[in-house]
Design a protein around this ligand. Structure first.
Ligand code: ADP
Ligand code: ASP
Ligand code: MG
Length: 405
């Protein structure tokens, strides 16, 4: 008998027929005598719909009320999934995040999980029930409902797998696993049988939304091996685990595109020590995540600073910069939202050279202009025009022969 945590994403529980399909799959699994904890997301589209409704009644809704609203999406699917199971004779019980003992910090809309009290779940598992848990939500020490950031049901599943010492953690979604690129964009992308936590982490944080970034960080920290696979067939998926030596033989594992970034240019700041520090201090004091940064060569005592931030934070970033520029001088600040970040990722980059040259040449041959560049040990990212991002992904994919086994 194994203890298994499964997570079904929004498309997999997208309507009542799909919920019944999930219930049948759970029944098959349970017939094998396993203990099952199942995390479900809201039906696909529901979280976005709820967000739109919030905006329709209030321009800047409070984050507490947003969490109150967004958590309802998952509450619908846990109840329906439990009912679907009961309907086919499987004892099942649904739990909200709070009932599942998922305690978070106080940060509404992107709370971090602090502890999990797994006792109530353990008790129902012992009683032979399938436990259905609402993804994406928890409760803080003041008893307030919190949510874990977009895509946060992945985190619920990984954290429960760690807390319950599960033998297996399976993330069921609408593709067969993790591919060398988004299969919707790059038609000849291939599914990867396995990849390392670090590669999954870089792909996720670079825009491959198949796994939430924070869930992968959590899995790495607690050594939770997980499998990403399809809820529409029984094919084996992608195993994500600790890096092993042979993984370094592959130089580039995958390509990711992030269209949710914006580029900000702060022009004419004084070219002297302290200017950049003041600019980025102001941004960090406002909790704004800055990603790529470039400062050009100063001329006549002034320089331009260019960086990227999540598109949702551009307005706040511009506001945060106002007092700094008033104090040190400089400006104007210009925002370019129609950009995209393209990244190539692979642990083999640590031991191979020439990756950047290959990427830049391929883009040059396709006449795609590179606006910004940044690199890490296992990743190269560039900013390109958003209108050419998908094409750039296909070009990079071919250049590194990711379409070939
Ligand atoms: P779920 O609702 O199951 O959590 P998501 O929509 O969050 O599913 O994630 C699955 C989607 O991620 C796929 O439909 C696919 O288009 C997209 N995706 C992006 N990059 C990749 C990749 N490298 N491999 C697989 N899927 C990817
Ligand atoms: N329903 C939430 C979202 O759409 C959480 C999830 O799907 O993982 O972001
Ligand atoms: Mg998801």
């Amino acid at each position: 008998m194994a203890r298994i945590v499964q997570k079904y994403g929004g498309t997999s529980v997208g309507d009542t027929d799909r919920i019944k399909n999930v219930a049948r799959r759970i029944k098959e699994m349970q017939a094998g005598g396993h203990e099952l904890v199942v995390v479900v997301s809201a039906r696909s589209g529901v979280t976005n719909e709820l967000l739109a409704r919030a905006k329709a009644v209030c321009e800047f809704p409070s984050e507490r009320e947003l969490d109150m609203l967004l958590a309802t999406g998952e509450q619908e699917t846990i109840a329906l999934t439990a009912m679907a199971l009961q309907g086919i004779g499987v004892p099942a019980v649904s739990y909200t995040g709070a009932q599942a003992g998922i305690f978070t910090d106080k940060v509404h809309t992107k709370a971090k999980i602090k502890t999990i009290n797994a006792k109530p779940i353990e008790k129902d598992l012992k009683a032979g029930k399938v436990v259905i848990v609402a993804g994406f939500q928890g409760i803080n020490e003041e008893g307030q409902i919190t949510t874990l950031g977009r895509g946060g049901s992945d985190l619920t599943a990984i954290a429960l797998a760690a807390a319950l010492k599960a033998d297996k953690c399976e993330i069921y979604t609408d593709v067969d696993g993790v591919y060398t690129a988004d299969p919707r964009v790059v038609k000849d992308a291939r599914m990867l049988p396995e990849l390392s936590y670090d590669e999954m982490l870089e792909l996720a944080s670079s825009g491959s939304k198949v796994m939430q970034t924070r869930s992968v960080e959590f899995a790495k920290k607690y050594g939770v091996i997980f499998e990403v696979r399809s809820s529409f067939n029984h094919n084996p998926g992608t195993i994500v685990k600790e890096e092993v030596a042979y993984m370094e033989k592959v130089i580039v594992r995958g390509v990711a595109v992030d269209k949710d970034q914006a580029k900000i240019i702060v022009s004419n700041i004084p070219d002297k020590p302290g200017s950049a520090a003041k600019v980025f201090r102001a941004l960090s004091d406002s909790n704004i995540n800055v990603d790529m940064i470039v400062q050009n060569v100063g001329r006549q005592g002034v320089a331009n600073l260019t960086f990227t931030v999540p598109q949702t934070e551009t307005a706040r970033a511009v506001k945060a910069l106002e007092p700094v520029l008033a104090a040190i001088g400089g400006g104007p600040v210009t925002v370019h939202e129609y950009i995209a970040k393209l990244s190539v990722v692979g642990v083999g980059m640590k031991t191979h050279s020439g990756v950047a040259a290959t990427l830049f040449q391929a883009l040059a041959d396709a006449d795609i202009n590179i606006e910004l560049i940044s690199t890490s040990e296992i990743k190269i990212s560039i900013v390109v025009d958003q209108g050419r991002a998908d094409e750039a992904a296909r070009v990079a994919h071919t250049a590194f022969q990711l379409d070939k086994a």
